[in-house]
Design a protein around this ligand. Structure first.
Ligand SMILES: [Zn+2]
Length: 337
């Protein structure tokens, strides 16, 4: 009797256990399905996101290059050709649309791409389509705003305008040492946003936080200021976070704090505290300060004709392109959308 009862109880318990196993199995299966579903979604959506990024990059590059072509040649068909060449180089074989507008000097490139889906086909979605669009303009840099930069590329040095233009790699004296009578007290300093050696020294260290434009008239900062120059330069050069530090010969990061934007001004001959007019800008690599005491000189080299990428700039696509190539000022492209 007791054995019979025990058997009944055992069967009930056993049944319960089997039932729970069943629940567990169903739960695990459902979980796995959900997991597989999410994985499939992630893989397919990830693939589409990657395609979208590639396509956007290709459209951006094509629009920027074509806008530059349009600026220098003024020829719409050449701009078209440039855009298609860039798209082809980036494997955009789909039928892209390229619109060149000589009135606004803009180039718009758009394209779309369809990809077969790998996993979410089970949900009836066989393909996914992504599209991208880019609009760009190119022109002369007419204004630079140093306020948005951690370290502003605008420093209180300028170079006089000369007919020869700039030669990339050419070494230029940004600040002279004592004993040069021809400079009439102007050692190379500019009074940006205020006068005096302290302001000058801070502008070397942190960069000028204001705005300078073509046509701006600024005062020179006369005086040797060797000490402020030396300490400012040392601080600024140490801001380069790269190893080895950026140099012209050893290579440099175009966005390094050593990369500076220098106003190019008129006239060449200055006397005491004088006024100059900015006629264009140049990008230089700040290289070194030499000499001790009042013999401190600062040197830089022309490096490129494009501003560091984070710089807030205004560009004018209507300012005529120089006749002798891109070594007569600062030019930049901008994505408008
Ligand atoms: Zn650097």
């Amino acid at each position: 009797m007791l054995i019979k009862k025990l058997r009944v109880i055992f069967k009930k318990v056993n049944g319960l256990v089997n039932k729970e196993d069943g629940f567990v199995l169903v739960f695990v299966a459902a979980g796995m399905l959900a997991f597989l579903g999410i994985t499939a979604l992630v893989v397919d959506v990830g693939t589409l996101a990657l395609e979208k990024r590639r396509l956007q990059n290709a459209c951006d590059a094509a629009a920027l290059a074509a806008a530059q072509e349009l600026y220098y040649t003024g020829d719409e068909s050449q701009a078209h050709q440039k855009a298609r060449q860039y798209l082809e180089n980036n494997n955009v074989m789909e039928t892209p649309a390229v619109a060149v507008d000589n009135q606004t000097r803009t180039v718009t490139v758009s394209s779309s791409r369809t990809r077969e889906m790998a996993f979410i086909r089970v949900a009836g979605i066989n393909t996914g389509t992504v599209s991208a669009r880019a609009k760009a303009v190119f022109g002369a840099v007419t204004k630079i705003d140093g306020s948005r930069c951690a370290v502003s590329p605008l420093v209180p040095f300028g170079v006089p305008d000369c007919a020869a233009g700039f030669i990339p790699g050419e070494e230029v004296v940004l600040k002279y040492s004592a004993g040069i009578p021809q400079i009439h007290g102007n050692f190379g300093g500019l009074a940006l946003g205020g006068r005096g050696a302290n302001n000058y020294g801070n502008n070397i260290k942190y960069g000028y936080q204001g705005t300078l434009g073509i046509g701006s008239r600024v005062l020179t900062e006369p005086g040797n200021m060797s000490g402020k120059t030396k300490s400012g330069l040392q601080y600024r050069l140490e801001q380069c976070p790269h190893t080895p530090p950026c140099t012209y010969d050893g290579g440099y990061d175009p966005d390094c704090p050593r990369v500076i934007i220098v106003p190019v001004y008129k006239p060449q001959d200055l006397y005491g505290r004088d006024e100059v007019e900015i006629v264009r800008f140049a990008v230089m690599l700040l290289e070194k300060a030499t000499g001790s005491g009042n013999q401190c000189s600062v040197y830089g080299r022309f490096i490129s004709m494009a501003p560091p990428s984070g710089t807030k700039i205004v560009i004018d696509p209507y300012l005529p392109a120089p006749g002798t190539g891109p070594n007569e000022g600062l030019y930049a492209a901008r994505l408008l959308e």
